[in-house]
Design a protein around this ligand. Structure first.
Ligand SMILES: Nc1ncnc2c1ncn2[C@@H]1O[C@H](COP(=O)(O)OP(=O)(O)OP(=O)(O)O)[C@@H](O)[C@H]1O
Length: 343
């Protein structure tokens, strides 16, 4: 049984539909990235998943309990199963770092000595051993988010929801927070749903991607699947644009849909984890009478897997045997167009 089973979820505010008939499952230990442009419904989904919003229709089963059917009293207990990490940390500056982390444990009625022990354990887990006595205002943004994460996992939730958890951080700090979350996922087996508008974060961190668009779930798969399905879908192409190798402007200007006599054919090729380990380019050159140039791209880390996402220039028209070979070896092949060879 899945840890989380969302079925037929819709949420409307008057005539405004924020979520429309959404269904997906999440297994224990998965890291899911939820992405979509502004107004796609990400925050509404997050609020439904932590039972802060009652959906208009549908069911949300977390550990077998339907959040949409629970009484207010049972919801309090159910909400403890969901940890929340916020974009702006939401720490209380009137309390020390340790007391911020202790807060959910106090609310849950833990005895004081056990709280102190647990807080020490959590401070060590997030790499803030000697910072417990400080006020949040004395910490950097990355350290504040570490406190936010420690507080969110204090009660050992089944699910950690991260709401734009890295959007207020610089790229270096973002990387260190994602590393911490990946560590927590690996060591504690904690299931994580990360809601963000940053594709790069999803690409590096998530095992699976859910794409929301105008309240509908339009994609649910690995990063490799998303790359394949994005062909010809402007909504997905737009989301992926910043995170994929693109053509330089000078080449783009010369691109034609029709073959150019004596020119080059430009193709986007995505290789899955297995093919990404093979000497793919030399294989192509030796097997087929072609000169092949790497125009852009290389190997990327995608949620723990390696994918190669590249644009290649082929010196001669792509023959049927070559096309068949590419189709068989590559996860995605897409002819982008043709350019003169003296570009
Ligand atoms: N309480 C509300 N009352 C009315 N409309 C709402 C309410 N909450 C959300 N909406 C509408 O539902 C749609 C989805 O909003 P939501 O905030 O979930 O999107 P989002 O993907 O999180 O956007 P953003 O990235 O800008 O935060 C939007 O059109 C929004 O205006």
């Amino acid at each position: 049984m899945s840890l989380l089973d969302v079925s037929g979820l819709s949420c409307r505010f008057g005539s405004q539909t924020a979520l429309s008939d959404i269904s997906f499952q999440v297994d224990k230990g998965e890291i899911i990235g939820v992405i979509g442009s502004s107004g796609a419904g990400k925050s509404t989904l997050l609020r439904c998943l932590c039972a802060l919003e009652r959906p208009t229709e549908g069911h949300i089963l977390l550990d077998g309990a339907d959040l949409t059917q629970l009484s207010e009293r049972d919801l309090v207990a159910a909400r403890r199963k969901v940890g929340l990490v916020f974009q702006h940390f939401n720490l209380l500056n009137s309390r020390s770092v340790a007391a911020n982390i202790a807060l959910p444990l106090e609310i849950a009625g833990w005895p004081k000595p056990r709280i102190a022990e647990r807080v020490e354990e959590l401070l060590a887990l997030v790499g803030l051993e000697n910072h417990g006595h400080k006020r949040p205002s004395q910490l950097s943004g990355g350290q504040k988010q570490r406190v936010g994460i420690a507080r969110a996992i204090a009660n050992s939730p089944s699910l950690l929801l991260c709401d734009e958890a890295t959007s207020a951080l610089d790229p270096h700090t973002t990387a260190s927070i994602l590393e911490l979350l990946a560590d927590i996922n690996r060591t504690l087996g904690l299931t994580i749903i990360l809601i963000t508008h940053e594709m790069e974060v999803v690409r590096r961190f998530a095992h699976r991607v859910l794409v929301l668009d105008h309240g509908a779930l339009i994609e649910n798969g690995s990063m490799a699947t998303l790359m394949r399905d994005s062909r010809g879908d402007p909504r997905l192409e737009r989301l992926l644009a910043d995170t994929r190798p693109g053509l330089p402007e000078t080449i783009k200007r010369q691109l034609s849909a029709d073959p150019v006599p004596g020119g080059l054919t430009l193709m986007r090729i995505v290789l899955g984890p297995e093919a990404a380990k093979t000497p793919f380019l030399s294989l192509l050159t030796t097997r087929f009478d072609q000169q092949i140039t790497l125009v852009q791209g290389g190997t990327l880390s995608c949620g723990g897997d390696l994918l190669t996402d590249m644009i290649l220039a082929f010196s001669a028209p792509v023959t049927e045997p070559l096309a068949a070979f590419l189709e068989q070896q590559a996860h995605v092949t897409e002819v982008l167009g043709h350019v003169p060879s003296d570009r």
